[in-house]
Design a protein around this ligand. Structure first.
Ligand SMILES: Cc1cc2nc3c(=O)[nH]c(=O)nc-3n(C[C@H](O)[C@H](O)[C@H](O)COP(=O)(O)O)c2cc1C
Length: 242
């Protein structure tokens, strides 16, 4: 049986994962030498994510952190995803057994350092070794990472993002849902804003279609664009189809 302080340390790291609208839509069920990860669908986003796709991706992020945290606690683990066909909320079962994965354990410091970055990126290109590391990391997890190098592919991706943004911002339910997840920092979840600006920001998001501005921003030329996906995500990119 894993001791309580170790378990606490593991779960503290797991919940540092990114999630859409910072909903943190996960639950953990510790057992005898086992941790189960469940979807918390009370934190779903029906307007933004009607099929719980982003909710599942968010839980996937928590699953990865969980595996890193387990390895960093010098424990082995064997992961089964969707282990019970009759329980679609049970996303993963991790049996704490087997050898410690040293490569995963080495990623633990990145859990504290990682955060979503929404400001403008540097103009300099992403170093080839970083692109190679991202590609290898995706492959190691049975996923793919495809840098968009030529201008046509980048323009197509930017146009798709702009189109998606415009469609979302035109939808009042989507804007209402976004404003509902704008929380003061002390609440611990949601998209945090300084409390003084929060009421105004909520009102703006609820009331105005800002899709044009957001889309135009995304369509501007950027360096370091990439597409990524899992085994089930096949796009039109040559790498993705291969
Ligand atoms: C599936 C998924 C979708 C996301 N979509 C967006 C997005 O469209 N725009 C954005 O700015 N951030 C997006 N994020 C980032 C989250 O808002 C962010 O992870 C969350 O607010 C927690 O902040 P942190 O990553 O800094 O810990 C997404 C994250 C996930 C996991």
């Amino acid at each position: 049986m894993t001791d309580i302080p170790t378990l606490e340390q593991i779960l503290t790291r797991a919940v540092r994962a990114p999630s859409s609208h910072n909903t943190q839509p996960w639950l953990f069920r510790p057992g005898e030498d086992r941790i189960e990860l469940l979807a918390d669908r009370t934190r779903a986003l029906p307007a933004n994510d009607p099929d719980d796709r982003e909710l599942t991706i968010s839980c996937g992020c928590a699953l990865f952190n969980l595996r890193v945290a387990i390895a960093a606690a010098h424990l082995g683990c064997v992961t089964a995803t969707m282990p019970d066909p009759d329980d679609e909320d049970l996303l993963a079962r991790l049996d704490l057994t087997g050898p410690v994965d040293a490569a995963l354990a080495a990623l633990a410091p990145a859990i504290e350092a990682r955060q979503t970055f929404r400001a403008a990126f540097d103009k300099r290109p992403v170093a080839p070794e970083h692109v190679a590391a991202l590609t290898d990391a995706a492959t190691a997890e049975g996923a793919w990472f495809a840098p968009l190098r030529d201008e046509a592919a980048r323009a197509e991706a930017a146009a798709l993002v702009a189109q998606g943004d415009a469609a979302l911002w035109q939808d009042p339910s989507w804007r209402r849902e976004l404003s509902q997840w704008m929380h003061p920092r002390r609440k611990g979840d949601g998209l945090t804003l300084p409390w003084l600006t929060l009421p105004a920001a909520r009102l703006v998001v609820r009331s105005f279609d800002m899709g044009g501005g957001v889309a135009a921003h995304d369509a501007s030329p950027r360096r370091g664009l990439a597409a990524a996906g899992g085994a089930g995500h096949r796009g039109r990119h040559p790498r993705a189809n291969g």
